[in-house]
Design a protein around this ligand. Structure first.
Ligand code: AMP
Length: 289
């Protein structure tokens, strides 16, 4: 890998400037890693950026609260934003370029969308019907703008990761998708920009998600029924009075279709409301060789 000179991080707002910078890098034969984010960065995002730093000559982080992945009654306006802080964090871990566009520059009365069928029907796709269409559309646009060699996504959004992998395969994007482990708070709560919505009491209650994941990881075994597994996991969440389950499901790790028996690689995923805040968590499991 090309030794990176300590250059100042650049920030672009337009597609044109971004393309020019990336084109110049590519001319030099440098590899590019992309980390798509919605900003308000935390250690989860940082772990993706660090991995991209290790594996590529140049690292691009996009910071864009993408309106097309929010439903009409969701938290687009309230979504936390702090670009100054994001920028400082990105620079401190070796980002070369932040792409920070305005919604008007990304969407000009669009008619083209990218939908990945079937995998988007279950889990979060049920409660958030347009969400994955918005995610796949913006990620496709970012792939076309940045032309990365590799792109980094967290297992925290495991359905999103599975959908992006399928999109890259189906649409022949020449990009390696790298999945990175979930980063958690010390007490187990998966790090999320949305955790800032929680008050002190809700923050405590939110631990029921990671406790339920831990329970699932403890009891899951090959051949057990999904019902038996999910019943135990739901009991952990239902013991918390502030929690309302959206879903707790076991699905095939590739197709995202429900499984009855744990007999293949599975994703066990949940979405739970704590007050008004919808949190997600999950774990993956596969049978021993
Ligand atoms: P977001 O800004 O929420 O759209 O997330 C941007 C990327 O960071 C996605 O690929 C997420 O899966 C990933 N990410 C968010 N939280 C975590 C976490 N706690 N651990 C690992 N990756 C994460």
């Amino acid at each position: 890998m090309e030794k990176r000179e300590e250059e100042k991080m650049q920030v672009t707002k337009t597609v044109k400037e971004t393309r020019e910078i990336v084109k110049a890098w590519k001319k030099e034969g440098l590899t590019v890693g992309l980390v798509p984010t919605m900003g308000f960065l935390h250690e989860g995002h940082a772990s993706l950026i660090k991995r991209a730093r290790e594996e590529n000559d140049r690292v691009v982080v996009s910071v864009f609260v993408n309106p097309t992945q929010f439903g009409p009654n969701e938290d687009l306006e309230a979504y936390p934003r702090d670009f100054e802080r994001d920028s400082t964090l990105c620079e401190s871990i070796g980002t070369d370029l932040i792409f920070h566009p305005e919604p008007e520059d990304m969407y000009d009365s669009p008619c083209a969308y990218v939908s990945i069928e079937k995998l988007s029907d279950n889990l979060c796709g049920k409660t958030r019907p347009i969400h994955f269409r918005g995610v796949c559309t913006v990620v496709s646009k970012l792939f076309n703008i940045v032309s990365p060699d590799r792109a980094y996504f967290g297992q925290k959004d495991a359905q999103q990761l599975a959908i992006i992998k399928k999109m890259v395969k189906d649409l022949n994007f020449d990009i390696e998708i790298v999945g990175c482990p979930i980063i958690r708070e010390e007490d187990g709560l998966a790090k999320s920009s949305r955790n800032t919505y929680l008050n002190t009491e809700e923050r405590k209650a939110a631990l029921c998600l990671s406790k339920s994941v831990a329970k699932g990881q403890e009891i899951i075994r090959e051949g057990m029924s999904a019902d038996e597994l999910l019943k135990e996991m739901k009991m952990v969440i239902e013991a918390e009075p502030m929690a309302v389950i959206d879903y707790v499901s076991a699905v095939d790790a590739l197709t995202m279709e429900h499984v009855d028996i744990i007999d293949r690689p599975v994703l066990v995923a949940m979405a739970v409301y704590i007050g008004k805040t919808r949190l997600i968590d999950n774990f993956s499991w596969e049978p021993a060789e």
